[in-house]
Design a protein around this ligand. Structure first.
Ligand code: AMP
Length: 485
């Protein structure tokens, strides 16, 4: 059974944003976080530095609500600031986990926010606690903070490098000291991070390019896998202190997680999704009268499918935008209800027609089951489900919020079994090679895969130390959670 700690710890999925040398840094960070809201709707925080003091504000809720008040924004004065949005999890959420975290270290103040998940955080935490560190939260970020605090290296940069050499996992992070902003991408570049510029020499770091657009910043480049960028009054310098590895950025960012108006590692997310839809139409076409997306995630894939198949595209399901994502609701019962709150059939586009439904992924199968039923109730003659990703057979331990394996429909059912479960007339997923072709590759090179696709293959490119090791770290953290509940 999963514990609140597992959920809290294994499913961190976030957005990060930083501004350096801009007179209105924190307001720009709030805007950037607003554009990254899809990466985390549970909580958000900003820490700003005004040349003398660090000021922070962190709270549960949406960016627009948390940073609405002028009093809050005025308190975040200064020309540099970093911020974070955090994804809802199933439990164990406490305000102390909300980032950015801040500590006064030997070299001065240090604020840090990260997106992703460390896979040896429990093991490191156990060592740190045994060495006397006192943890305030259950977040992985605090492990990084303690590693920096206890490092023997000199200066903040060498301490950070020393700390990051000890961690395993998939992460992008932004940090702020009294003289620089730092951006880091893990050695495989699993999670994204981009550099932008605005105005007279202000630098931006952001999880996605859509967050540069909202403040009118220019995209400069992606932070490279394994790269640490140091942004100070002297400009931007860069170092790559980790052993070089072949990059394996997360393919699921392109399928579902990133916003379609973002460009991730040089690829337009929207174009990739359309191309996946076209691959699906070629690989698994079916005679039909209309192609209908499951909004919003299925829209670009359905556009690509419809264009390739020469079948009309219609908005046959309308989404109500004023409810949260059904995926994150805590119980199955609420999830079932949630999907009805969220989607409604546009009957005139469906009645009497053979429908191809396109969605980006099937996780538990709950959404597909409900949507197929809804489309049948609206009078569809046939319902064919097409999924713009391969079957999700494995959990993600690198920062995407997939449930544990036992809850993944594709982990226990073959395609026929899944089709019966969702009660469709037919079901097909894009192939791995089709997905890689949509990403602009020739196909999946099994010997040297170009992306992290562990959720579809079980090929985990980063050691899962905490999962293979003992449970001491876990019991330490559980006692912390109980104390703070
Ligand atoms: P399910 O009902 O569990 O099969 O969920 C499938 C739906 O969840 C799909 O429509 C996806 O768009 C969406 N989805 C897939 N992965 C995630 C994720 N990591 N976080 C939130 N939603 C997701």
């Amino acid at each position: 059974m999963s514990t609140p700690f597992d959920d809290d710890h294994l499913h961190e999925e976030c957005g990060i944003f930083g501004v350096f040398r801009h007179p209105d840094a924190a307001r720009h960070v709030a805007l950037g976080l607003h554009a990254l809201q899809h990466r985390g709707q549970e909580a958000a925080g900003i820490v700003a530095f005004d040349g003398a003091r660090f000021q922070g504000h962190r709270a549960m809720g949406h960016v627009g609500d948390i940073f609405e008040s002028d009093r809050v924004m005025s308190s975040l004065a200064g020309s540099s600031a970093i911020g974070h949005v955090r994804y809802a999890t199933f439990g164990g959420t406490i305000l102390r986990n909300v980032q950015p975290l801040f500590a006064d270290l030997a070299f001065g103040g240090f604020a840090v926010a990260h997106n992703g998940n460390l896979t040896n955080a429990m093991a490191l935490r156990r060592q740190l606690v045994q060495a006397g560190c006192i943890f305030q939260s259950t977040s992985d970020t605090e492990v990084i903070l303690h590693l920096i605090a206890t490092s023997d290296a000199h200066g903040e940069v060498d301490r950070l490098i020393d700390a990051l050499r000890k961690v395993q996992g998939a992460y992008s992070l932004v940090a702020l000291t009294d003289r620089m902003m730092v951006g880091v991408r893990d050695p495989l570049g699993v999670r994204p991070l981009v550099i932008g510029r605005i105005g007279e020499g202000a630098y931006i770091l952001a999880s996605e390019t859509c967050a540069l657009d909202i403040i009118g910043a220019d995209f400069i480049r992606d932070v490279e896998p394994g790269e640490i960028v140091l942004i100070s009054d002297q400009g931007l310098t860069s170092t790559k202190p980790f052993p070089h590895l072949r990059p394996r950025s997360c393919i699921f960012e392109h399928i579902y997680f990133a916003r379609p108006d973002s460009v991730v590692d040089g690829r337009s997310v929207y174009d990739v999704r359309k191309r996946i839809g076209a691959e699906l139409a070629r690989e698994a076409g079916v005679a039909a009268d209309v192609v209908i997306p499951v909004p919003d995630s299925g829209v670009p894939g359905a556009i690509g499918y419809a264009a390739e198949a020469g079948i009309p595209f219609e908005l046959g399901i309308i989404r109500n935008h004023y409810v949260g994502r059904t995926f994150i609701e805590p119980t199955q019962q609420i999830r079932n209800l949630g999907v009805k709150l969220k989607h409604n059939a546009n009957r005139l586009q469906i009645a009497g027609k053979r429908v191809v439904l396109v969605d980006d992924s099937i996780v538990r199968g709950t959404t597909s089951l409900k949507i197929v039923q809804m489309v049948r109730d609206a009078g569809a003659a046939e319902v064919h489900m097409r999924i713009a990703s391969p079957p999700t057979t494995h959990s993600c331990f690198y920062g995407v919020d997939t449930p544990e394996r036992s809850q993944l429909l594709a982990a226990s059912h073959d395609i026929g079994g899944m089709c019966r479960f969702i009660q469709a007339d037919s079901l097909a997923f894009v192939s791995m090679d089709g997905l890689y072709r949509a990403m602009g590759e020739r196909g999946r090179n099994d010997a040297v895969p170009q992306f992290c696709d562990a959720c579809f293959t079980g090929d985990y490119p980063i050691a899962l130390t905490d999962h293979w090791g003992g449970d001491d770290g876990r019991s330490l953290q559980l006692s912390l959670l109980t104390e703070s509940a």
